[in-house]
Design a protein around this ligand. Structure first.
Ligand SMILES: NC(=O)C1=CN([C@@H]2O[C@H](COP(=O)(O)OP(=O)(O)OC[C@H]3O[C@@H](n4cnc5c(N)ncnc54)[C@H](OP(=O)(O)O)[C@@H]3O)[C@@H](O)[C@H]2O)C=CC1
Ligand SMILES: O=C1CO[C@H](CO)[C@@H](O)[C@@H]1O
Length: 277
């Protein structure tokens, strides 16, 4: 069982990925990004999830630098945006992300969305494989890929994606996709684990949390970990960044887990990967 903020899951290539990290979607570049990242790292987080489209890679990089924690202790993720898909453009986008972050490698680089209408995710993946084989990134993966996108990718891929970062929260628990990813040794990572704040007064989560003196957010994060899903809740508030990582001193019972599993509506809240342009 996951015991601390520094606990990791071994990806198929042996790279160790932290189970819990900080997401930074909607965190403004500059002071907000710098302070959020510093607050997280100074409170023991070692994983930060950004993306080119979040337009805060410079602030994230500055926060990493100001934290004073050495680069090799951290796990930094970014993603190639839809408009940069394609072989050469992915290589260029990777370098642009590194330059903004002020880093010389990433731990994880993801294709942000499959954008099937563009038909470019195979060539994009070839560029990801090149970056990986050249040792420029420690792990590569995808985001928002459904089973049928991965099936197509695997027909041409030399390297199976190590991660699939997808919408995952108690209202959309992706049971079939998780089983598919497990079969292919692809680690699932949750985005919007707190459903962007929409689940935090849910009565089932509140009742479960009351038993342990934990908030609904903490119950959800614990459910992620006990479900074997890497999670990256976002907050810009230091007290919440700390609270979201205070999840290692309790364990949900099988009954708690089942009650949360039953909250699944099967309806995604934030956009269908087949329709994303
Ligand atoms: N690959 C993809 O397509 C996507 C990836 N992501 C990644 O996943 C991360 C997490 O998802 P995100 O969409 O940000 O949403 P989350 O589900 O993490 O929710 C974030 C919201 O919850 C609030 N919040 C956080 N902790 C608490 C708490 N303890 N109590 C009360 N409110 C809280 C935050 O507010 P406040 O900041 O004010 O605390 C914010 O409004 C992103 O930041 C990003 O890194 C997200 C979307 C898509
Ligand atoms: O990670 C994400 C958040 O930002 C993007 C758009 O602004 C989303 O499309 C994406 O899923």
């Amino acid at each position: 069982m996951v015991k601390s903020l520094q606990d990791t899951v071994a990806l198929p290539n042996g790279v160790k990925m932290p189970w819990l990290g900080l997401g930074v979607f909607k965190v403004s570049d500059g002071k907000e990004a710098v302070e959020s990242v510093k607050a997280a790292i100074n409170n023991g987080y070692i994983s930060i999830d950004t993306a080119a489209v979040y337009k805060n890679e410079e602030g994230v990089g500055q926060g990493i630098k100001e934290s004073g924690v050495s680069r090799d202790k951290l796990f930094i993720t970014s993603k190639v945006w839809n408009g940069d898909q394609g072989y050469d453009s992915t290589l260029a986008a990777y370098q642009a992300s590194l330059d903004k972050l002020g880093l010389d490698y990433l731990d994880l680089y993801l294709i942000h969305w499959p954008v099937p209408s563009q038909g470019k995710f195979i060539e994009t993946w070839k560029a990801m494989e090149k970056l990986y084989k050249e040792g420029k990134v420690r792990a590569i993966g995808v985001s928002n890929f459904k089973e049928h996108h991965i099936d197509v990718l695997l027909d041409d891929a030399e390297i199976t994606p190590m991660i699939n970062q997808v919408e995952f929260h108690p209202h959309f628990a992706q049971k079939e996709l998780r089983a598919y990813c497990k079969k292919h040794s692809i680690q699932v990572e949750a985005w919007s684990p707190l459903k962007q704040g929409e689940l935090l007064d849910d009565p089932t989560l509140t009742k479960i949390g009351d038993k342990y003196g934990k908030s609904p957010a903490q119950v959800i994060i614990r459910w992620d970990l006990q479900s074997g899903v890497v999670t990256i809740p976002k907050s810009t508030k230091e007290h919440r960044i700390i609270a979201n990582a205070d999840v290692f001193d309790f364990e949900l019972t099988a009954e708690d887990m089942a009650a949360i599993d039953q909250m699944d509506t099967g309806i995604r809240a934030f956009g269908d990967p087949d329709k994303k342009k």
